[in-house]
Write a new protein. Structure first.
Length: 407
């Protein structure tokens, strides 16, 4: 999905063709109406928890902006202003092949480049490789174990594309995923500052759609120049319907997985695909180990558990473990407030606590620590150090001390 990329109009449909945003109907109606009325701001920031559908929604917006029916002034489809789905622009965009829709995302920094120009070429080549993966599975997790970022050279590529007029349409749309990753390290805001120049004076033909699960990590100046749209978690029954309708899951199993996903429909998709796999067993076992170590409270238990994680390159394993730990803590919260019937697996957490009482206040503090650890995973922080700090904070919470206090 970039200028100059070959397009095959006879290309068969792929997974990208049917990847519509799920459970965001109200937001789609509002955005579609703004597009139909010509009132959509040039810079948007879609923010919300990981897995709620920011990528499909951002690409839906891009398709709607490029839709031939919209461009010609035809009445909006169903009065909603979304993409018609049948014009040439919509078909190309659905296949991630529209030359005026540019999708960018964090990637590893290429090695062995000797100049800025070579680095920009290498980053663009990597991007095309990953676009090919997304054509087969729009929800693919790119480079889950690598240190990634939106580096200065990537931002320079975006600005270079924005300096050229669209090749086919009247507009050019730039979708930048995980925009907070323009600052891979808080002391290096160069990439974000470079992108800010584009936001300050965008060409009249350019629309920019940013996504982020951590909007607070963006430069305040970037946030102030983008209109925020919150992509909310999806209702559990709607998540279950997605798993049943789209993946053919049995209703009982779909509901169980949907409850674990906590409103993140595409996290549920991932959980469904790994529920019966070794990877799922591993992440659930790891979650149990983390909770047990935090409940134990001893430095030795924390050290043993943290030492199971490498100091680098374990993002792919750590993220699912933390997500399952969050599910365990939500179950523990249900038990703590006498709502065990609402838990996913109340018996399991009661076994882990050995029947001991844990206050709802302690569980809420622990959940906050898990959220911070998940943010650390997104920032490529040292997995071992992330787990050590997490267990220290959770142990303090369970022992009746606020996180951050010490003996």
């Amino acid at each position: 999905m970039a200028a100059g990329e070959a397009v095959n109009p006879g290309r068969p449909e792929t997974a990208a063709d049917v990847a519509e945003p799920w459970g965001q109907d109200d937001l789609r109606r509002r955005v579609g109406a703004a597009i139909a009325a010509g009132r959509l701001p040039q810079s948007l920031l879609l923010h919300g928890p990981e897995g709620v559908g920011k990528r499909p929604l951002a690409l839906w917006i891009a398709r709607a902006l490029q839709c031939g029916a919209q461009q010609s002034g035809e009445p909006p489809r169903n009065g909603e202003g979304g993409p018609c789905g049948t014009c040439r622009s919509c078909r190309m965009a659905a296949r991630l092949e529209h030359p005026d829709i540019h999708l960018h995302f964090p990637m590893p920094r290429p090695k062995g480049t000797t100049s800025r120009a070579k680095l920009r070429e290498a980053i663009e080549a990597q991007r095309h490789e990953r676009l090919a993966l997304l054509r087969d599975d729009l929800h693919a997790r790119l480079d889950p174990d690598a240190v990634t970022g939106l580096y200065v050279a990537a931002v320079e590529n975006i600005r270079g594309q924005a300096s050229r007029r669209p090749s086919m349409a009247r507009k050019a749309v730039f979708v930048v995923e995980d925009a907070d990753r323009m600052v891979p390290q808080s002391a290096s805001p160069e990439a974000a500052n470079a992108f800010l120049k584009l936001l300050e004076e965008p060409p009249d033909f350019a629309w920019i759609v940013l996504t982020s699960s951590r909007p607070e990590a963006l430069l305040p100046t970037i946030r102030s120049r983008s209109v925020p749209l919150r992509v909310a978690p999806v209702a559990t029954d709607s998540v279950a319907a997605y798993l049943t309708d789209q993946l053919g899951a049995p209703p009982d199993r779909a509901l169980a997985v949907a409850r674990r996903a906590d409103g993140a429909v595409y996290r549920a998709r991932r959980l469904m695909r790994t529920t019966e796999s070794e990877d799922s067993d591993t992440s659930e076992t790891a979650a149990d180990q983390l909770l047990a170590a935090a409940l134990d409270g001893s430095p030795a238990a924390r050290y043993r558990t943290a030492s199971r994680y490498s100091a680098r390159g374990a993002r792919g394993n750590l993220g699912p473990a933390l997500e399952d730990l969050r599910v365990r803590l939500r179950d523990l919260l249900c038990v703590a407030v006498d709502a065990a019937s609402q838990a996913h697996d109340a018996d399991r957490v009661q076994r882990l606590t050995r029947g001991g009482a844990v206050t709802d206040r302690a569980v809420l503090h622990a959940l906050g620590s898990v959220e911070r650890a998940l943010e650390g995973v997104g920032r490529n922080m040292n997995p071992q150090a992330t787990i050590a700090l997490l267990l220290q904070e959770m142990g303090a919470a369970f022992a009746g001390r606020r996180p951050g206090t010490h003996h």
